[in-house]
Design a binder for this molecule. Structure first.
Ligand code: VG1
Ligand code: CO
Length: 543
């Protein structure tokens, strides 16, 4: 095996964001760009010689080329074995599952998640540690630091590995095992959920639609829903993964999963609808003519966990990201278990799960999961709902309404302003930070500001501190407005405004969220001068 040491110079922009390094495909295709980042990972993690690495991605454009490069670099950097998903495919939760199951040193996941793909679309790469979860900030920061002073990378010259057939091959001293990307994950799901009960539900006239959005979950959904649970083949939509996701935006929300939304809101609608994103870690849950907000979904899952075999023993605790609604906190209180509030991004949940402090985690951005892996998990959430539905035999809407009647409703919405000029978005954030003193105690009609700050988090397990995690304005009646800049985009800046108010009165639970939040929305626009500073008169996406 001949190892080449290639001289290189640093790129200055390889700072991982909320979930890994994401850039446009042309950026990743620049000479040495991918190699520099991969070598920075290897230099940072310093895996002992002979270690095993998991490697796979969401199948987007450039996935295959990147995998061949990374395999040759892994061999040159002393790895003993790589477990690669067949066809270069591993959904993000499946990668987490495989890292844990085979006790590997870690894994590299190639994905830009919900961002569009294709030659001019986005690509991404992230490193997950031995617990199966995204590398914590101290590692991603060290990778960034390494990328800024890199001078060389190591790669071997070898033929490409045949990724489309299962089995073992060698690159020099390193073994490459091409594994079935679906089976380990599907087996894990069978240990958590009551498959016979779900099978009975699906064979009794209960109709489902799952939209894979031409992304990675197609083969997983077919195996689990159709082959193992007996759903009809036509209940799967867009189940053929495509490198450009069919030109779509594989983000399971009301805007981008509109085909599914139309089916669920149409005549003769199915009883249950769900979608997942590019890399399979997000989920959207719909009932007949009904949308479950992700924050409510986390709370409902928590409140119904005792119906599900894998969770019957009880929950240790719940964690949610700061912008996620407080609906889960109310359930935690009723269950008498702790609820943790973390910054945005799954990497902050890992320590809590490893320490046994929480069982369920969730984010408002259509992410829900548990300690079965260390990533959010789209199909897991869908199966959790199906298991609840198989036991309770009520509609999705009834389950949500009963939940609100018992706990009250945390009315919630997120407004995204995408692709803003960075200086306008930064200006808005700066204005808000500069306004803290005058905002504290300020009165807006019947609403009074109780607290405003820039959220910071001290990890209760390792004491690490993360600052600057979003501006929050809390009102005395429990309403909240949160402003944050996205850390996953590749172009311009995306400003997210998260809005929440609490409604205990059942007679008002029918209100449309945008109407119920109208006062908060107008306060948010006023104090941020968003319209004046960006020239935008409405959000690009409302969820
Ligand atoms: C977004 C979401 C965040 C999520 C992250 C990764 O980040 O808001 O909750 O963890 O995407 O999800 P940001 O920084 O753009 O707000 V995924 O499915 O893109 O890996
Ligand atoms: Co994702």
């Amino acid at each position: 095996m001949q190892v080449f040491t290639v001289a290189t110079t640093p790129f200055t922009d390889q700072k991982p964001g909320t979930s890994g390094l994401r850039k446009r495909v042309p950026a990743f295709r620049q000479a040495h760009y991918l190699e520099n980042f991969v070598q920075s990972i290897f230099d940072t993690i310093a895996a002992p010689p002979g270690s095993t690495l998991v490697l796979g991605g969401d199948g987007r454009y450039y996935n295959r080329e990147a995998i061949q490069i990374i395999l040759k670099m892994a061999a040159a950097n002393g790895f003993g074995r790589v477990l690669a998903g067949k066809g270069g495919i591993l959904s993000t939760p499946a990668a987490s599952c495989v890292i844990r199951k085979y006790r590997t040193y870690g894994g590299i996941i190639l994905s830009a998640s919900h961002n569009p793909g294709g030659p001019d679309g986005d690509f991404g790469i992230k490193y997950n540690t031995a617990n199966g979860g995204p590398a914590p900030e101290k590692i991603t920061e060290a990778i960034f630091a390494a990328s800024k002073k890199i001078a060389q990378y190591r790669i071997v010259e070898a033929d490409d590995v045949a990724l489309d057939s299962l089995g073992d091959s060698q690159i020099g001293d390193m073994a490459v095992s091409v594994i079935d990307p679906v089976s380990d994950y599907a087996e894990l799901m069978e240990t958590l959920f009551d498959f016979p009960a779900i099978r009975t539900l699906l064979s009794g006239g209960f109709r489902v639609k799952f939209d894979a959005m031409h992304a990675v979950t197609g083969p997983y959904a077919r195996e689990i829903f159709v082959n193992r649970l007996g759903a009809s083949a036509d209940s799967m939509m867009n189940a053929e993964p495509l490198p450009d996701f069919g030109g779509g935006h594989p983000d399971p929300n009301l805007t981008y999963a509109h085909e599914l939304v139309e089916a669920l809101y149409g005549d003769n609608a199915p009883d249950f609808g769900a979608a997942s994103d590019g890399d399979g870690d997000r989920n959207m849950i719909l009932g007949k003519h009904f949308f479950v907000t992700p924050s409510d979904s986390l709370a409902i899952i928590a409140a119904n966990a005792h119906h599900v075999p894998g969770y019957k023993r009880g929950l240790a605790g719940i964690a949610r990201s700061m912008p996620t609604s407080e609906a889960a906190d109310r359930v935690a209180k009723a269950l008498n278990i702790p609820c943790y509030e973390t910054p945005t991004g799954w990497k902050f949940f890992g320590n809590l799960m490893d320490a046994g402090k929480v069982t369920l985690c969730g984010e408002e951005s259509f992410g829900t999961g548990s300690d079965h892996v260390r990533e959010k998990d789209g199909l897991w959430a869908v199966l959790f709902w199906l298991n609840i539905l198989a036991v309770r035999r009520q509609s999705v809407e009834n389950i949500a309404r009963e939940h609100w009647a018992r706990f009250g409703r945390n009315v919630y919405s997120r407004h995204d302003y995408e692709n803003l000029p960075a200086n306008a978005a930064n200006g808005v954030m700066k204005l808000l930070r500069d306004s803290f003193v005058e905002l504290r105690g300020a009165q807006f009609g019947h609403l009074q500001v109780k607290l405003c700050d820039d959220f910071s988090y001290t990890d209760p397990v390792d004491g690490s501190v993360s600052t600057g995690q979003g501006v929050r304005i809390l009102f005395t009646d429990g309403s909240r407005i949160v402003f944050r800049l996205s850390g996953t985009g590749t172009e311009g800046a995306t400003l997210r405004i998260y809005l929440e108010s609490f409604e205990p009165d059942v007679s008002k639970h029918n209100l449309d969220a945008q109407e119920a939040l109208a006062t908060l929305i107008s306060i948010a626009l006023r104090i941020s001068e968003l319209r004046e500073r960006t020239g935008r008169d409405k959000p690009t996406v409302i969820t």
